[in-house]
Design a protein around this ligand. Structure first.
Ligand SMILES: [Zn+2]
Length: 189
């Protein structure tokens, strides 16, 4: 599956959003999504590595904000149909090690890498975290809850492990996208 596209004039598209990059004065950079376009504003004078790190952080933050509502809706549907716990709030964060976590303060945090994952894997992670609302551990009782809501959860866990290894760039902004953004910035110099 192609998550990104680079057009003939260097147009960058990533996860359905056109990315437009340019320089600006905001010292920590800026990213906003307007009408299907992610506008990146990068401060001048950063060296290559710092600029790449900033682009990485800004792109994922903007995408997470953009797609959060969709994930929240999906969680509400799954919860209503299969788990029926008090509805947590959902947030998407840049996390590379875990797919999700549940905090007793009523928050489910999902890894940004799930933006790249197929729906059945996203659903498994959401159901897993919803089950933690009832069982804050990985006891036999916890896994029974998961199995009831998601009978093929073992298969999905294996798929998730494979997906993690096959994920382009392990969840970083793909090199092609990064290059496309750098190219746009060079034109601004
Ligand atoms: Zn867990």
């Amino acid at each position: 599956m192609a998550f990104w596209k680079i057009g003939p004039r260097g147009e960058v598209e990533f996860l359905g959003l056109q990315i437009v990059a340019g320089y600006g004065t905001a010292r920590s950079g800026k990213a906003e999504v307007v009408a299907g376009t992610l506008r990146l504003t990068i401060p001048r004078g950063l060296n290559g590595r710092l600029r790449r790190e900033l682009v990485e952080a800004l792109v994922w933050r903007a995408l997470a904000r953009c797609y959060r509502g969709r994930f929240q809706e999906r969680m509400e549907v799954l919860n209503c149909e299969l788990m029926q716990v008090s509805t947590p709030r959902l947030d998407i964060r840049r996390q590379y090690r875990r797919w999700g976590s549940y905090s007793s303060r009523g928050y489910i945090h999902l890894s940004h890498r799930l933006l790249l994952a197929p729906q059945d894997l996203v659903d498994y992670v959401i159901l897993h975290e919803l089950a933690h609302v009832k069982e804050m551990n990985h006891s036999a009782r916890f896994w029974r809850l998961v199995a009831k809501a998601c009978p093929d959860y073992k298969e999905r866990r294996q798929k998730l492990a494979r997906f993690s290894l096959e994920l382009p760039g392990r969840g970083r902004v793909p090199a092609e996208v990064q290059r496309g953004i750098e190219e746009q910035l060079r034109r601004w110099l």
